[in-house]
Structures are given as structure tokens and as C-alpha cells.
Design a protein around this ligand. Structure first.
Ligand SMILES: [Zn+2]
Length: 109
């Protein structure tokens, strides 16, 4: 079902650390790799727990485009796609504007 991946060790010159990763040639490989990692690493337990994926903190469905991505921090909710980052900024701006407005109303009362 899954295509074969060539895994290889890469030396990160910046950190001097040896990284272990798949040899990725195309966007499709990345999708397959992400999906196969999801199946392999984040295989859901027998009792399906809706918070399971959330608790793993590694793979999340992007709030803007819905694609699965590997997140770099537990607070990351959007993938690295430029459009999604722009969407995140738009939503953040809107949310802070709404907070500001709410505060103004509060202060008047
Ligand atoms: Zn996205």
C-alpha cells in the first residue's frame, strides 16, 4: 500500500547533529511519508480517544486548509503553507480587535 522510502542519515552542519530522515524527492513523497509516519507512530489505541491526536503533539490537521502537518511546537495550529500563515495572522488580528472592542464596551459600563 505504501511506496518504499529510502531512509538515510544526514549530518546537519549547523548543529553538528546527525539527522535520520526519509529521502524525499517530491511533494507526494512528503504526503506519503507524513501519512505513513502517522499510521506507524500515531496509530490510535483500540478505544478511540478523540484527544489522542491532540495529546501526541506531533501531527495535526491545519485549521485553515485541513491538511496534516508535523508541528514544531504544541501551540502551532496551522501548517507552514504561506496562505495558512496569512490566514492565521488575519484571524489573530480579528481576535485581538474583538478583544479590544470588548474591553472598550466593558470600560463604558
Ligand atoms: Zn494549512
Amino acid at each position: 500500500m505504501f511506496p518504499d522510502f529510502r531512509m538515510r542519515l544526514k549530518l546537519d552542519k549547523k548543529t553538528g547533529k546527525v539527522m535520520y530522515g526519509a529521502d524525499i524527492q517530491s511533494v507526494f513523497d512528503i504526503c506519503w511519508y507524513t501519512f505513513s509516519r502517522m499510521v506507524a507512530d500515531v496509530a490510535p489505541p483500540v478505544d478511540e480517544d478523540l484527544n489522542y491526536f491532540e495529546s501526541q503533539g506531533s501531527i495535526l490537521s491545519c485549521l485553515a486548509c485541513g491538511k496534516y502537518f508535523v508541528r514544531h511546537s504544541s501551540r502551532q495550529l496551522y501548517c507552514n503553507n504561506w496562505d495558512c500563515q496569512a490566514e492565521r495572522n488575519r484571524r489573530n488580528r480579528r481576535a485581538s480587535y474583538a478583544r479590544k472592542k470588548a474591553k472598550e464596551v466593558e470600560n463604558k459600563e
